[in-house]
Design a protein around this ligand. Structure first.
Ligand SMILES: [Zn+2]
Length: 300
């Protein structure tokens, strides 16, 4: 029996999809190259992540067009063909800068100066093109909503959305826009090997110690930061994200955070413009919860 390819994030593939992967090997390469891209993103290796993203697109195209390994097509022509086969109502992608940077990275090299451009091109061009191409191509039959981890799919969509359209108005770099995504990916990998914690938990020891340490830390942060509130963390889903609210924004009736730290998973937002943090805080807060917070600070 042929072994199935192992996936880290495509955790919900059905048997018939594994059968499709077996019949069409470049499709498995495409999905695994996408996973490699995400792993490299989580480690801040954006140029290498961009090269993996380009590989994912090329393999997806090979799978869709049923090309054999012996034929080496020009990457520019492949990207042109991907654009040509996208649904008519979808906007076509401007692959020029993506292709030029990919060629430089693969055939020459890169410097730290390339990080943010590579991140920008991954999130605004590479990933959305890959998702749309695979999802809409009649030969490929991979549905990301059902096959990809749903939390990861959500975080990817948020990063793609932030980097699409008028991204400059959000005042956030492409690298910073992926902070939560990176933390989610790294944490999901740690969770796979947390058997030691499970063993300790059976004796109820680690939970007790952990609780006391977290409460001590919470007290320290609440004592040190002004206008402190606890919110639900977008990575670990616990109400352990302590944030400092912006007093000037509170007076205007807006909930806006200047910095934050999750006591449970160590997701950390440094002081400064925190578009990403505020996006999740406001998305998760109900109208009544917002009013309650504002009322606590004397704003109606
Ligand atoms: Zn957390």
């Amino acid at each position: 029996m042929i072994e199935r390819p192992h996936f880290i994030f495509f955790t919900n593939l059905a048997d018939f999809q594994f059968e499709l992967l077996r019949k069409n090997p470049p499709l498995a390469s495409a999905l695994q190259s996408l996973e490699t891209c995400l792993l490299l993103v989580s480690l801040n290796r954006y140029p290498s992540a961009l090269a993996s993203c380009a590989m994912a697109l090329e393999s997806a195209w090979k799978a869709a067009s049923k090309k054999g390994p012996e034929k080496n097509d020009n990457f520019a022509e492949i990207l042109g063909d991907i654009n040509a086969t996208l649904p008519k109502e979808a906007p076509s992608f401007d692959f020029k800068n993506f292709r030029i940077l990919r060629n430089n990275i693969v055939h020459f090299g890169y410097t730290p100066k390339d990080d943010d451009l590579a991140a920008k091109l991954i999130f605004s061009i590479g990933l959305p093109a890959f998702f749309l191409y695979i999802q809409s191509h009649p030969e490929l039959h991979i549905d990301f909503i059902s096959s990809l981890d749903p939390d990861l799919f959500d975080h990817l969509n948020v990063v793609i959305k932030i980097n699409g359209g008028d991204a400059t108005s959000k005042n956030i770099s492409a690298v910073n826009s992926s902070l939560i995504l990176r933390h989610w990916i790294k944490r999901s990998l740690i969770n796979e090997t947390m058997w030691q914690d499970d063993a300790l938990n059976q004796h109820n020891l680690s939970g007790l110690i952990e609780f006391e340490v977290k409460e001590e830390l919470r007290k320290m942060i609440h004592d040190g930061w002004e206008l402190c509130e606890d919110f639900r963390c977008p990575v670990c889903d616990q109400v352990q994200l302590v944030v400092q609210l912006d007093s000037a924004e509170i007076e205007k009736g807006l909930i806006s955070a200047t910095k934050g730290h999750c006591l449970n998973c160590d997701l950390n937002f440094q002081p400064g413009g925190n578009y990403l943090l505020n996006y999740f805080i406001n998305r998760n807060l109900g109208v009544e919860e917002k009013e309650k917070i504002l009322k606590n600070y004397g704003v109606k």
